[in-house]
Design a protein around this ligand. Sequence first.
Ligand code: ARG
Ligand code: GLU
Length: 660
Amino acid sequence: MKRILLTLLTFFAAVAPSFADEGMWLPSLIAGRIDDMRAKGFRLTAEDIYSINRASMKDAVVLFNGGCTGELISAEGLLLTNHHCGYGAIQAHSTVEHDYLTNGFWAKSRVEELPNEKLYVRFLVRMEDVTARLAAGENRAEIIRKATAEGKGYKASIEQMYYGNQFFLFVYEQFDDVRLVAAPPSSIGKFGGDTDNWIWPRHTGDFSMFRVYASKDNKPAAYSPDNVPYRPKKHFTISTKGVKEGDFTMIYGFPGNTQEYILSDAVSYIAERSDPTKIAIRTGRLDIISAAQASDPALRIHYAAKHASVANAWKKWQGEVLGIIRRGTIATKRNYEEQFAAWAKEKPAYSHVVADLKAEYARISDAYFAREITRETLDALPKQYSAKERGEAVFEKRKATEQALFVYLFGEYARYCPVQYQVPEFLEGVAKAGSTKAYAEQLFKQVWQGGDAPAMTALKKATARMQKHITWLLGTRSLRNLNSKRLNELYTTYIRGLREWDTKRAFYPDANLTLRVAYGSIAGYEYADGEYHIPQTTVDGIIAKDNPEIYDYNIPQSLRDLYAKKDYGRWAITVDGRKTAPVCFLASNHTTGGNSGSPVLNANGELIGVNFDRTWRSTMSDIAFDPSICRNIAVDIRFVLLVIDKIGKAGYLIDEMTLK
Ligand code: ARG
Ligand code: GLU
């Protein structure tokens, strides 16, 4: 029996199966996952996903404007991404007369497509493991310089994987002429607003369309009226057959940042200290902003974007904390590192690493916390109001709100920032004025008046000095996660040790905004005891939420008419005997911020949806992926097509796509 067990164990160790749909895999190494993918339903090959010898799926995926993903869906450079990823461009073209944010935008022909300053996309040309070259002493900058010289518009970077255990060179081709083609009205593209954000069931048509333009020889070129639509090596075929629970799904995109291997100390810092404090600070901030918005329509509009961005992370953190607490992640992690430490006891290379990591966390936590609190408070306040802002009709109306924010955020800084890291100038200012409130009011008065605001300028400078000091303490400028130079070095060792010890675990590098493949299936989940959430929503759900009184739920009349006539054309489906149309679906792919706009593909590599969100409690997957609750949310491609066809009356765009 023991023998059999041992054989079985070695067998599993060799195959290193992923027991769930966890993982964000490097496309050039996807051959290592392909058996598992095929066992789960995938029908194509590793070469179909990533190849440097022929057109492959990677040639149809782009990094969209440095923070989102997009995909090519026609031979003429048509690109699909999220509405919230195109939001800045849509907003920039919107005026009171042409309010594309509210009414949507549909270019009726190529000449109507709108150029965008500073909007770019990047295709991955190739990636290459350069760990050995760097170890052999080759110069980093030189490797990048050579790669960049390979082609027009090429950009290159070297990124570390597994905390510096491996290094990859990424070579991109960047296109800077990207034009806006279409966007649905916000009441579709942002349906549900912040209320539905991070929530399932979901009914948001979160998509927008652009077109990549190139020079006549199909190379990157700055905007020119002479440019022509880019002819991609590959564009995705769209499947209109629909999805059902259990179907294989794959996501190809640019996830931004995960921390799957951090110690329990870091998880407890996040779940018990950082997140709760930042949530508390933002709750008060949102209360002030929301009250202003409710008091006056001009203020509602003025603070809309601010509210959305503050609320997005605020809501995500709450879900993350809830997920981590409910799943007992801190204890699970602690147990895991104790087991590792026991194994490492006799191994000099690893015997100290866990204790050293813990000591380093203890050393840096307060300093890093101070940095986070400063960002959430003092850094969030203006040093001055620009001339443009002062000229706006809404400016005077903002005064009470802006002052309230000064007083509130000064107070929160004083309350939460560890006192040894509070800026001395701040402490002196408070002492002189008699209270943080009096001090905040003094500074606000200066800033509001305009011209020089010496006290605020001095405070901002002193704050920057303190942040620099903290950077020095941590020894690194890359400060997006609780990290330090020393931690990073220790993690290099720790991860190497983990991979030696935990041979059953399927290791993948943390997300770092490089191209990744995630795969899973269309999947609902048990939301609460006895309450299963099915993975598809329909237009009926939009109508159920429709409410002209509530801004986020006030859908266009054309959509109401469509529903009344059930005029869904070829996009109609039948659910429980009723005629309706699909809107969003839920799947079990491991995704994070940056995966917005990513193509969701079926077993044949055909496009079935566009990723745009996760469920609230499952945002813990940035730290620990739990297959029972972690789900990503996508807009069903058939809803995208329905909106283009019936709301935008832009069927000519569908004509250039490849439908199946
Ligand atoms: N939660 C999604 C993301 O993290 C969508 C955010 C945009 N939508 C919104 N209502 N704020 O980016
Ligand atoms: N909305 C996110 C984005 O902009 C994706 C959601 C997530 O964090 O998974 O990338």
